[in-house]
Design a protein around this ligand. Sequence first.
Ligand SMILES: C[S@@+](CC[C@H](N)C(=O)[O-])C[C@H]1O[C@@H](n2cnc3c(N)ncnc32)[C@H](O)[C@@H]1O
Length: 435
Amino acid sequence: MAHPSVTRFTDLANKISRNTAIITEYLTSKSLPATSFDVDGLAELPIPPEDNVAIQARLDLAAATKELHDLTVGPKQSLHDLSWDLSSLSLRFIWEFNVTACVPLNESISFPDLTARISTENDNRPLGVMNVRRLLRHAMTNRIFCEPTKGYVAHTRSSRLLLEDEPLKNWIGFTTKDLTLPVAHTVDAMKKWPCSEEPNETGVNLAFGHNTPWFQFLPSDPVRSKRYNLAMQAHGETAGYDMKDVVDGYPWGDLPENAKVVDVGGNQGYISFAIAERFPKLRFVVQDQASMRTPETIGVVPEELQARVELTMHDFFEPQTELGAAVYFFRMIFHGFSDKHCVKILRALAPAMRKGGKVVINDGALPEPGTATYLEERACRTLDLFMQVVVNAREREADDWTDIFSEADRRYRVNRVWRPKGNVMSFIEAEWTGE
Ligand SMILES: C[S@@+](CC[C@H](N)C(=O)[O-])C[C@H]1O[C@@H](n2cnc3c(N)ncnc32)[C@H](O)[C@@H]1O
């Protein structure tokens, strides 16, 4: 009789087979292609969020293939490789030197010719063929570029994405250039500032040797600031952060005619644009800090929304200036602050609240350990670490929200906390019970 550990291999293989069948039948029945690393391939499985069975099969397949892979490699080598993954180095090189623009889209190029092109693209900075070759051959282990003939480089769908998808390209720039050093300094920051709730006692502060909080440091360099904004857009487009869930996940349609929604810390308004497009009777004020509203940084409201969406400046630690709105909407804001600072934000908002007014938060909510699928769990846990690295903040569990609201002001009442299926973001709705 097989040992239970051996049976686990078989169980996983069966699970993989079952879920692959669900997905292939789904695609075949709709005459759709699957994802592919071929240069003209599909970058995402074409399964809309409402097709629950196929979506769940994708999540289960990702979890089972990952576990089977890890078991096949074994705990010893898995652990060794985990700390030895230098993918951010080859990625950073590709991003920094704009390598994707130097490889022709539908033909291959030799390493020496490519090296010359990269050099020209980068102010004739000398680059050795050997270094280009080893960095790209490493990237190829992640299916970024391929070598169809020995010595010749060609695009894959992944490298082409880095050429064509501006937000994703900025995401790679942000994570490999701006985040790598802070990550490396975070444990040292924990030693230097034990249990800190301050946004200027982090890996970022140690890495870059300043004591400015991330969100103030960021705009001091407009190039980095733009990169961050586009990176956040790319992050918002990944599985589990579907913008559709922001639009569909809250009953915006139940708000009264002409109701005002204040999108606090709404960046350049892309979430409000999506909600406004679907709900034409709502008005939006998108607030962000002054540095996001300079002539260089301010976004553009699509023409058809200009009568209903306004981009304005407001510091959410200052008393709220838009009084009596139907909804104060905070998306991906509170997870950027420790509890102590979240309480300050809610206190600054309180004087603007009117009876029945709502605070709607769309933010990460950590699942109970082991209740989410692998991809969801991993995304939440990584985001939680990211918040620690940059601002000593955190993702929260459902109960944490009630504590924060009641600490801020007893007149806030949390109505409910819910998470749209397949999403890593939850909604938290609180209501003002005072006058
Ligand atoms: C993680 S982004 C979220 C943006 C947007 N709500 C979304 O869901 O994509 C955080 C936003 O908060 C803004 N922010 C940070 N500190 C702020 C402050 N004190 N007052 C207003 N906005 C602030 C940042 O500029 C940034 O646009």
